[in-house]
Ligand binder design. Structure first.
Ligand code: SAH
Length: 354
């Protein structure tokens, strides 16, 4: 007789469309043998639907200015202690050059919600596209659809915008004066414009229950995102959540495995937050179904000052040191390192398994 856990897992993995109760049940397990079943299933599904590989994307954090008010984030506008910077275009191109020369074929441009004019960002996108054969992913927050369109027209391929929570009340408690529906509208605009879209959540910010996480997982799966980022909440000392507990590592890994099992072929990063707890857990994430690594290519000063949470992985390493460890991380997880663009594997996009 198979245990309840084995039965529920088999049903969910084979037939999909789990109930909220089933997701909560799977997230609740703490038995080592059950967790190993969950991770093994996630790995098998990843290998079948995405290939046995870890793809790399090069990250550039180009501005730490932010007009937003996310309670958890060290860059929120109320943090007077945050060190604000904007990279010059020259610095951005220097990072792009490093990324390209390291062999990567995707650059991720991330920033706070800076008021950087849309046409200037479009110019930078255009220039990177002209100089390099690379996919461009943007992660710069909520903007009017016209800005998203200008950037798409300039050559941007992908966009990352986490929902943070699919529950309107929890969303509001995490973001002063902001509403979930604005975030959802932005994601709808991005999809409508043909971007490959990534979303996601943090695990463990104040007020989040296991039911919230289960609801988020079902929402992210229903939306069929091309990429889903998930990492533990890490309290930042200069925010109102300074004394809150960090998100749970086991729950993060279980949620990641479930996202793999249910999404089949979404790109799932082993996030930097997972690398920034008491030790680096990114290999554990890859062993639980993740398949993307995003080494940081920002200039050393920027890496330090782009402090969304403290003790970010890699800030003490020189720019070139991070990508060098990608090979070791992939090897430790039993995956092949893949430098390709790795477009969305969803129907209608160009990603494929070789
Ligand atoms: N301004 C952009 C990029 C935000 S930073 C945007 O709005 O999308 C990228 C992600 O880091 C956020 O979406 C959030 O989920 C995560 N993050 C922010 N602060 C964090 C913290 N203290 N701990 C863990 N993750 C955090």
């Amino acid at each position: 007789m198979r245990s309840d856990f084995t039965q529920v897992l088999a049903r969910v993995a084979e037939q999909g469309e789990p109930s909220l109760t089933e997701v909560v049940y799977l997230l609740r397990s703490e038995e080592a043998d059950e967790l190993e079943q969950l991770y093994a299933k996630a790995r098998a599904i990843r290998d079948e639907y995405c290939g046995r590989r870890m793809v790399v994307r090069g990250l550039v954090e180009f501005s730490s200015y932010c007009k937003n008010s996310c309670n958890y984030c060290g860059l929120n506008r109320f943090n007077q202690g945050a060190r604000r910077y904007r990279l010059s275009e020259r610095d951005i191109f220097a990072s792009a050059d490093l990324i390209y020369r390291a062999g990567f074929r995707t650059i991720v441009l991330q920033s706070g919600e800076d008021a950087w004019p849309a046409d200037q960002i479009a110019k930078i996108i255009c220039e990177i596209k002209t100089r390099y054969d690379m996919a461009i992913t943007l992660s710069v927050g909520e903007r009017p659809k016209s800005d998203y369109k200008a950037w798409k027209d300039a050559g941007a391929d992908r966009y990352l915008l986490r929902i943070e929570s699919s529950d309107a009340a929890l969303y509001q408690s995490l973001h002063q004066g902001r509403e979930l529906k604005t975030r959802l509208k932005a994601l709808e605009d991005l999809k409508d414009l043909g971007y490959q879209c990534g979303s996601g959540i943090m695990i463990g910010p104040p007020g989040q229950s296991l039911e919230h996480i289960a609801k988020d997982i079902l929402y992210l799966i229903k939306q069929d995102f091309d990429m889903i980022g998930i990492g533990p909440f890490i309290p930042h000392p200069q925010t109102i959540y300074a004394h809150e507990k960090a998100g749970s590592l086991p729950i993060t890994l279980k949620a990641l495995a479930l996202l793999r099992i249910l999404s089949r072929n979404a790109w799932l990063p082993a996030t930097t937050a997972l690398g920034s707890l008491d030790r680096d857990y990114r290999v554990d994430a890859l062993k639980a179904g993740a398949n993307v690594l995003m080494p940081n290519f920002s200039p050393a000063e920027a890496k330090k000052n782009y402090e969304i949470y403290p003790n970010k992985r890699c800030i003490d390493e020189c720019t070139e040191a991070c990508p060098c460890s990608s090979g070791e991380i992939a090897r430790a997880a039993g995956l092949k390192l893949d430098y390709s663009r790795a477009d969305s594997l969803k129907p209608g996009f160009l990603g494929k398994i070789d």
